[in-house]
Design a protein around this ligand. Sequence first.
Ligand SMILES: [Zn+2]
Length: 305
Amino acid sequence: MSTSNSSQYASRFHQGQGFYSFSLGNLTVTSVSDGFLVFDDPQAALAPKADSQEFDTILRKKFLSSDTAYTHINTLLIEGNGKKVLIDNGCGDSLGPSAGLLVKHLANAGVKASEIDIVLVSHAHPDHIFGTITRTGEHVFPNAHYMISKEEWDFWTDPNIKISSPFGDEMARAAILGAQRHLKAIEDRVSFFDSEQEIMPGIRAIRAFGHTPGMMAFIITSNRKRLIYTADALHHFVVTLARPDWELGVDNDPVEAIVTRMRLLEKITSVEAPLVHVPHFPFPGIGHIREEHAGYVWEPVVWEW
Ligand SMILES: [Zn+2]
């Protein structure tokens, strides 16, 4: 076995605890983990109306249990054109010690929170925007400008907002109060963008309404290489792909979310087959999706140090 080629890589490890880095054209892209959460009743979150036996069978075929579901929280750091852009900022200190690890994992990747120029927010759920300020109100990313869709901003800041949650009324209330608190904190440092608009060079938003009323996915392009950040249009790496037509308990409008999911999956499985980053798929949440039978299958990237 020859090891002669390995010397060129020896001084350049791209991965470490909680981060996974690679090149996309001229950009450096890093999946940064915020940690994980566990759903105690996965079916209520992922497929409340589905036949339980089919739900179990789909998971069992992949040697997974239907008793609990392990949910990763992956954010995405994009470095290039002199900017550091973070897509979503995790859940901060809102969801217990297994999550809220983003700043620590960014530091492992050699990036300080103060170096983040822009936080691009896909939607205002706790695990995507509650990393904005600490319990005492200090900004976690003190120099960051924030960007979010106007539809998402208007929905959460409406004083008459109502949502339901598969995790109960208390969680729904905490989600609303938390979103309002974090959005209020950025009102003097936020701007809005539209779908299909180039937000900054190489980053375009795709309308992905349904999971929340103003959620956006993103297409990142550099030198003809493409990556799609799906936001929560996809949720579980096995169930949501095997049965993308199933309504999810975590979706605000499950029917609209299915239309969004199908449209996005069509784009992802086009001839071009872009790389995909999914916040809740197993870390680093980067890979490809291909069609199989009536559904889809996740093909994660092969880990490279
Ligand atoms: Zn989420």
